[in-house]
Each structure stands twice: as structure tokens, then as C-alpha cells.
Design a protein around this ligand. Structure first.
Ligand code: SF4
Length: 691
């Protein structure tokens, strides 16, 4: 115990500023967090901490935090609220959700979640399942699902870049992990490898600190990753650089793939993807010849309607080069001995879920268990395939994060009932009937990385108390669950959910916290024992069940997501900020100082053609809408590419501006990928001009 005025250091893990993962030492003085530093014992970070991590406690003390439950009193979105008790808030939500279930069936209630941040993600799925609704809506169409589910269909697992063992070559494909640290792939592990001679290829339309370290930088046209992956496959196969023994023993459909690749040579595709054939050939030879190679694939490859083609083609590269499930390659991370997700979320109580989910009617890929936002909003607005009239939204700001924001607004305005749990009044929360004040990072006991497929879970013990009326989401869900579903499937104390996850390990949460993390066994080439977990027991270069599920058996490329023309001559894309997380945290002063405005990156040559100067407001326009951001001229981008900032909104008193700067005013869901419902967020044709 620290004396009054002394700093007490508490060991925990970072979360909710990105996917989390860094072990932290958090200094607490007189009940308040005063300092944060990286924990040298952190398994994933070994003492590293980024600027967001250092400032991660500032949000706790922001004047913008919600501190009590609110009930709407004016018209929807008018900003008139009345403070209410938790009991009243939970009663209001329960009455409305059960009323709607009684009238339209449980499937008329959608449960919406943003990026997985902690255990509440799975507690929400549990609530939806026990309530009886098959409709959990999440942005997985543009984040994680295309990679994970394509992996499961192709090789039976989600292939994760192994930064814990030496690679001879690392390929960062659409992954600037110095800025984002995707899913616990913390950049300090990569930088350590690069310091010991590992070669680096970076596939990124923008010059970054990592492209400067790279042995080869491929500045491809945004949204054409599937073309590049197919051209690389073409070279590896035509030049017979593949791992012949692995291909012979462990792949299905190799000759189909080889024949299929004829039209996809570097010479045929180079112009469309803006790369020289010799660059593509060099990349292909490096990947095939430098074993082990790991491909760290970022989620931009999931940001077009061709996400399935891109993910599948990349897995084919990992497979035929013999880098699947080998140390320093792309591995099948084994989970520690913890409760399986299906059991935690009580999948057993909703056996018809797969048939009843909104997207099942759109014939998306099997195993996609969350509803793509495009199809959710269609169900609300057009009642297709059936009416959805209520939503419970947690850790999400769909008005900013779903493509085609006007559609989201119209859908939320049409809802009969909307409840939102969040830490501040976001534009989405401002449309709700009931708003719940959530506790946040450091204010409750949590488990990180559960369900992410990286074979590790991390202890995130509470460090300080939340403001009195702020509840952890798992507590809210536990209390709501008792009111709207079978109470016997919920818990006296919400923290029993933590122990439920840990039960097979034999550890209590307190014992887990002492260990810090639990990791699955490190074992490679599991396929040697029982084959791959696919119908053919091999890596399915050609999907054996494609026809049954209405999927393309082999990945294809037939051009970029949108063609440019004289009206829209430029190509739009975006990149994540190192200071924010999607639409979160512009209201944290210490972070806002680092990046005070939304800016659009334009090449100086292009800016001079349009008469645009740094710092000026610029209108960015696509066929779908227009926004205004501030010009930043930089030679780091291609002259034909425009980079907009993602996730910006502002609020003054009760007025939320979610249109002016919001990049999703520029996107559309008119065309979405069949497999995941993915819209085009990258590679969209655009033009720029004065506001
Ligand atoms: S990299 Fe991510 S997990 Fe690590 S300190 Fe930064 S925000 Fe936290």
C-alpha cells in the first residue's frame, strides 16, 4: 500500500486505444492515475509504449464524460435530455426491447458493437443469443472477418504473422504497425527483428517511416491488393519458385490455380495496379526464396468489395511458399486452456441463428456471424428480409464508422427504440432514446484479446474506481440480461463472467492477474498430425465447397474498385491516425493537441494544379458525397492519390456535426462484396477543389 501522496504502481495491460496488448505500469496517486509507462515484462511490448498509451488515462478525467444515465425528452436528435436513475434506465430499455420482441420477434432487435475492445463484446453476443436475436451487428465486414473467415475456409485457421520467432523476410501488407499495432502485433517486436537483419517489403500507397526501412516498397494503387497478390502468385508458380513438397502433399487445386493465373502476370496487371513488373517479380522472388517469410496483413485489404479475393490470394501465397504454420511464418496460434467462445456466448440457446441472421438472406459466406452494417440498415429502412425496429449499441459510433453515413442516420432516425452505452455523447448517442454512461479502461477488471485468434489473453485489472454512476459494460449487460432474458443464465456478480472465461485454466481472475497473461502452447506444423481443418484436409487453393456456397472457387482481379474519369480523376483512400482510434478521442485534449484538425494529404504537384495551399480548407468529393478537410501537402503520397482523415466529428453544446469532416460521407454501400457485405472504402474515384 502506498502512503497518501505516494505513487503506487499497478501492473495492467493497455486496451481501448487500439486492440491493446502492451503491458503497462500505471502510477496512481491519491486515487488518480498520474503516470503511465511501458512494462519491461510485457510479453508483447517488452517495455514499449506509444503516445496514445501514455495519454490513455487522460480520457478518464475529461469534462466531456457522461456521468449519469439520460433519457431523451425532445425529438430524436434534438439534444434534450433528462437525468434518470440506473433502475429507470434499465427498466425503459427492458420494456421497449421486450415490447418489440412481443410484436415482431426477437430478431427485430439488433445488438451493435464496434471494434472488439474487451469482454463486453462477447457478453453482448451472449445477451443477443439469450434474448433470442440472431442479429449482432459489427464492422467485421471491413475489419478482421475477411481475413479470419477466408483463412478458415482456405486453410482451417486464421494465419497470424509470427513476430516471436525470427523471419528472414517480413512483408507488411497494408499494415503500418508503427501507427496502429494491429491486434497486438506491436511494432517493437518487428523493429527488434529488423535490427537483426530481417529483410522488409512494404506494400503501402504512402511513404511511411517503415517504407524508409524497407528493402522493397510497393506503392500500389489503393484498393488493388488482390491484383498484386495474384501477380505475385503468377510469378511464384510460373517460375516454379513454390515449395514443391508442401504443394504436393498439402494443397488442393494447385493445377486449377496455376492455370487460372495466366491472365494475371505482372506485365498484364502492372498498369492497373501502378507497379512496374520488375518490382512485382522482385517481391515474388524474395517472398518465395527467403524462408521463413511472415506476411503481416493489415485491414486495408478488407476495405473493398474484393476483400475475399485479396485475403484468399494472400493465404495462397503463404501456403505455396511453405510458410503456413512454421516458426517466423504465418501461424495457427493455439488458444490457452480457457472457455471456448461458443460456450461463453451460449451459442447453444439459439440453434437457428445461422439461418435467421439478416445476412443469411443475402447469401454471405458461411461462418460470418455478425451482420454487415450495409444489410442491417437495409433491414431497418426497407424491412428486407424482415423488419428491424430497435437497436442496443455499445462501444460503437456507427454514424461515423459505417460507410454511407446518411443511410446510417436515416436508419437510426427510423428506429422505434435506440439505446446507446458510451463514455461521451457521440453523434450516434445523440440520436438515442436512452444513453448509458460506461466505465472505461483502467476502471474495471477486464480480459484483453479474448476471441482475437492470436492465442493469448491478457489481464487488464482495474486500477482506479470509475465515476460513481459509470458502469462497466459487462455489468450493464448482466443487469439488462436478467431483465430481458432468462435470469438463470446471468450472474449474481458480473465479474463471474471473468472467472467463466478462465474456468478451464483452473485460475481465478486474481490468480490470472498475478500471471499477467495466458498463452496457448507454441507448436508448429500441426497439419502433419491430422491435416488442415478443411473438407479436403489440405489448403484449399481452389475451394472445394465453392459451388455449394455460391462462392468463387479461385481469387480474381478485374480492375480497381472504381475507375477514375475526367470528372473524378483522383483516387481516394485513408489511413489510421496514430493519435486516435477510429472516431474516438478527438475530445481528449492531450491527443487533440497532436492532431488538431482533420487533414487531407495531397501531393504538392497535384495541389498546385488545383491551386491548393497547405492549411487551406479543401472540398473532397466523390460520386457519393463531399466533405471538407484541411490541406496538407506532402510528397509521401502519389500525385493521383488523396488521403482523407478518418472518423472526424465535432460537437458544440448539444449540436453534433457528423457530416462536414466525416470520410464516410464519401463512401457508398450500393456495391458491396458478396461474401462479407464489404463496401469500397479505398480506391474510390474523387476530385478536390475549394470548399
Ligand atoms: S501500441 Fe496500443 S496497446 Fe501499446 S501502448 Fe499504444 S495504444 Fe496501448
Amino acid at each position: 500500500m502506498a502512503e497518501a501522496g505516494e505513487i503506487l504502481w499497478i501492473r495492467t495491460h493497455c486496451g481501448r486505444m487500439d486492440h491493446g496488448g502492451c503491458g503497462l505500469l500505471v502510477g496512481v496517486k491519491d486515487g488518480k492515475i498520474v503516470k503511465i509507462k511501458g512494462d519491461p515484462q510485457g510479453f508483447l511490448n517488452k517495455g514499449y509504449v506509444c503516445l496514445k498509451g501514455i495519454h490513455s488515462a487522460d480520457k478518464l478525467y475529461s469534462p466531456h464524460r457522461l456521468k449519469e444515465p439520460l433519457k431523451r425528452t425532445g425529438a430524436r436528435g434534438e439534444g434534450k435530455w433528462q437525468k434518470i436513475s440506473w433502475d429507470e434506465a434499465l427498466s425503459l430499455i427492458s420494456e421497449n426491447l421486450t415490447r418489440i420482441r412481443d410484436s415482431y420477434g426477437a430478431r427485430a432487435v439488433a445488438f451493435c458493437q464496434g471494434m472488439p475492445k474487451g469482454l463486453e463484446h462477447f457478453a453482448l453476443i451472449r445477451l443477443a443469443n439469450i434474448f433470442g436475436s440472431p442479429n449482432v451487428v459489427a464492422s467485421q465486414d471491413v475489419c478482421h472477418a475477411p481475413r479470419e473467415i477466408s483463412g478458415i475456409h482456405t486453410c482451417g485457421f486464421y494465419p497470424v504473422a509470427d513476430f516471436h520467432h525470427p523471419s528472414r523476410l517480413v512483408v507488411l501488407w497494408g499494415s503500418n504497425i508503427t501507427a496502429t499495432n494491429e491486434e497486438g502485433e506491436i511494432c517493437s517486436l518487428l523493429l527488434k527483428q529488423l535490427g537483426t537483419g530481417t529483410k522488409l517489403i512494404v506494400v503501402d500507397p504512402r511513404k511511411t517511416s517503415l517504407t524508409k526501412k524497407a528493402d522493397l516498397w510497393l506503392q500500389l494503387r489503393p484498393g488493388t491488393d488482390h491484383g498484386l497478390a495474384l501477380a505475385i502468385l503468377n510469378v511464384i508458380i510460373k517460375e516454379e519458385l513454390y515449395d514443391k513438397e508442401f504443394v504436393r502433399r498439402w494443397t488442393h487445386g494447385f493445377s486449377d490455380l496455376a492455370n487460372h493465373l495466366d491472365p494475371f502476370s505482372p506485365e498484364a496487371l502492372g498498369k492497373a495496379i501502378w507497379l512496374e513488373p520488375k518490382q512485382i517479380r522482385k517481391a515474388a522472388r524474395m517472398i518465395a526464396q527467403m524462408k521463413p517469410t511472415s506476411i503481416q496483413w493489415g485491414n486495408p485489404i478488407e476495405h473493398t468489395e474484393y476483400a475475399f479475393d485479396a485475403a484468399r490470394a494472400l493465404i495462397c501465397i503463404m501456403a505455396i511458399t511453405g510458410n503456413l504454420d512454421t516458426p517466423g511464418g504465418n501461424v495457427h496460434a493455439l488458444e490457452p486452456n480457457i472457455t471456448a467462445l461458443g460456450k461463453f456466448v451460449r451459442a447453444d440457446v439459439i440453434p437457428e441463428k445461422r439461418k435467421e441472421m439478416i445476412h443469411a438472406y443475402h447469401r454471405t459466406i458461411p461462418r460470418l456471424m455478425t451482420v454487415p452494417p450495409a444489410f442491417f440498415r437495409e433491414a431497418v429502412l426497407r424491412e428486407r428480409p424482415y423488419p428491424v425496429t430497435a437497436a442496443y449499441v455499445q462501444c460503437a459510433n456507427p454514424l461515423l464508422s459505417y460507410a454511407e453515413s446518411e443511410m446510417t442516420y436515416n436508419a437510426f432516425m427510423k428506429l422505434d427504440f435506440l439505446a446507446v452505452s458510451d463514455i461521451v455523447m457521440t453523434p450516434t448517442a445523440s440520436l438515442a432514446d436512452v444513453v448509458l454512461p460506461a466505465a472505461t479502461q483502467y476502471e474495471f477488471n477486464d480480459i484483453g484479446h479474448y476471441g482475437l485468434g492470436h492465442g493469448i489473453i491478457l489481464a487488464r485489472p482495474k486500477v482506479v474506481d470509475p465515476p460513481q454512476e459509470c458502469w462497466p459494460d459487462i455489468k450493464i449487460l448482466n443487469e439488462l440480461g436478467k431483465r430481458i432474458s432468462d435470469p438463470s443464465l446471468w450472474f449474481d456478480d458480473y465479474e463471474e463472467m471473468l472467472n467463466l472465461v478462465l474456468k478451464p485454466s483452473g485460475l481465478t481472475y486474481e490468480e490470472f492477474v498475478k500471471r499477467g497473461y495466458l498463452k496457448g502452447e507454441t507448436r508448429f506444423q500441426k497439419f502433419l498430425q491430422s491435416g488442415f481443418r478443411t473438407p479436403t484436409k489440405k489448403v484449399e487453393l481452389r475451394l472445394s465447397q465453392a459451388e455449394k456456397y455460391g462462392l468463387a472457387p479461385l481469387p480474381v482481379f478485374d480492375g480497381p474498385p472504381e475507375n477514375t474519369d475526367k470528372d473524378y480523376p483522383l483516387v481516394l483512400t485513408s489511413a489510421k491516425s496514430p493519435y486516435y482510434l477510429h472516431s474516438s478521442y478527438r475530445w481528449v485534449d492531450s491527443l487533440r493537441k497532436k492532431e488538431p484538425d482533420p487533414y487531407v494529404l495531397i501531393h504538392p504537384q497535384t495541389a498546385s494544379e488545383y491551386g491548393i495551399k497547405t492549411g487551406e480548407d479543401v472540398r473532397v468529393e466523390t460520386r457519393w458525397g463531399s466533405i471538407t478537410q484541411k490541406a496538407k501537402l506532402t510528397e509521401t503520397v502519389h500525385p493521383k492519390v488523396v488521403y482523407v482523415s478518418h472518423g472526424w466529428w465535432t460537437a458544440e453544446e448539444n449540436r453534433h456535426d457528423w457530416k462536414t469532416y466525416n470520410d464516410n460521407m464519401l463512401t457508398s454501400v450500393k456495391e458491396v462484396g458478396k461474401e462479407f457485405g464489404t463496401p469500397n472504402l479505398k480506391g474510390v474515384a474523387c476530385r478536390i477543389g475549394p470548399p
